[in-house]
Design a protein around this ligand. Sequence first.
Ligand code: C2O
Length: 549
Amino acid sequence: AITRHYKFDVLSHNVTRLCHTKSIFTVNGQFPGPKIIAREGDRVVVKVVNHVQHNVTFHWHGIRQIQSGWADGPAYVTQCPIQKGQTYVYNFTIIGQRGTLFWHAHISWLRATLYGPIVILPKRHVPYPFAKPYKEVPIIFGEWFNADTEAVITQALQNGGGPNVSDAYTINGLPGPLYNCSARDTFELIVKPGKTYLLRFINAALNDELFFSIANHTLTVVDVDAIYVKPFNTDTILITPGQTTNVLLHTKPFVPTATFLMMARPYVTGLGTFDNSTTAGILKYDHPNSSLTSNTHKIPLLRPSLPPLNDTSFAANFSQKLRSLANVQFPANVPQTVDKHFFFTVGLGANPCPKNQTCQGPNGTKFSASINNVSFTMPTTALLQAHFFGQSNGVYTTDFPNQPLIPFNYTGTPPNNTFLNNGTKVVVLPFNASIELVLQDTSILGAESHPLHLHGFNFFVVGQGFGNYDPNKDPSRFNLVDPVERNTVGVPSGGWVAIRFLADNPGVWFMHCHLEVHTSWGLKMAWVVMDGKLPNQKLPPPPSDLPKC
Ligand code: C2O
């Protein structure tokens, strides 16, 4: 194993898409940002220098951060932000993961433009559990807003405005030919016939889950969230913000007389406005006789067909197919017993509108989102520091409810009073506790799928279903043998999902909906995992350059 050094200079840079030029925050002037590449077992050291007039932090989404909680990155959770002119060095080791993850800014909505791939190769001389691909290609989905990022945030947050709608989806930063003024900004994948390509998909979009297909080509899913899965074939993948998916693409044995569109567009179950546009890229075969690839021949351009926008049964089927390898080399260490059980409702709601303001939520209320009726308030100092130095007083309280305060019919007619509590509430877990968490979607403002992301852990998705979770019946059908292991799971629209994880990583770990607008409205909370007794079970002290609030 080696140490890999990166330098991230946060800079403003002018970027043009859809004929709109705007100044965006970038890493090293690149959009999307630079790729981090490492092998399992390597140490990664990223020196961040902030040159812009905005606080920033970075999160290494899906990296377990075992005993390196100070490098996790969510602002006011594990660190205070890096201010203009300041430097912070993120330092972590990649343990037990191989596949694709990504990094993104983790403050306000800056991940709109500050994101890039993390490629984790297996240890040297350790092969993939599938044939070695001819080439590997990261493909990262994003959203482009013509408006300035700050204006986008303000619109969504002021008085609980409606979710902000992007102007395009992007593939590796490019909207593609289906948008006006965008044909030149098209991602092209040029392939050779008869080869296998490993495509590393990342959904870095702010607010939308995406379906993706390539015309006339089947995809073989082999890895999600940097954990191998049992391979299966599909025409379409579903990928939520915060998820990554590795697929094998077997190209046709001979150069076909067509080019192929690849397309992504949203999976949406909620109410309200959203960007229902489609981003496209082009899959082209490299002809040995290059004159034939020029456009003198009018060769057909084929389009894939994608599931309907609200195809929840596709979503449920797709997630049912995801299974851990669960073999000798890659065992699935699913907790077989449970020390602590939690039942969390996740959903949208409404709060009273502040005096003298007009709010855009239902009946003039203010949009809000919550877990167990608690809408999380961000503290003004980092939770991890407060925890480590024993100064939690006035920063957070440890009374996060382990079930809803007042149970109701979650997927039926909502109760009349859905006003929420605000607070910075956490759950404290003893070291090595085995946790079962049922996440129940609520339909207070319409049933909606929520991609829940847990920092610091992978979890096993042991069960899922529609309607209300039934504690007497559902656990008997849990899969404790080969459930998928991941860091972000879609809580099904009008249903529930059950996950298990082992609290073996001391620190403070954020959990939130990876739809940025829902996080902003309060769909987030934090787990505090205590130190174990042995020296290698303790959170080390903070690095000396940890930023101050
Ligand atoms: Cu990718 Cu807390 O997020």
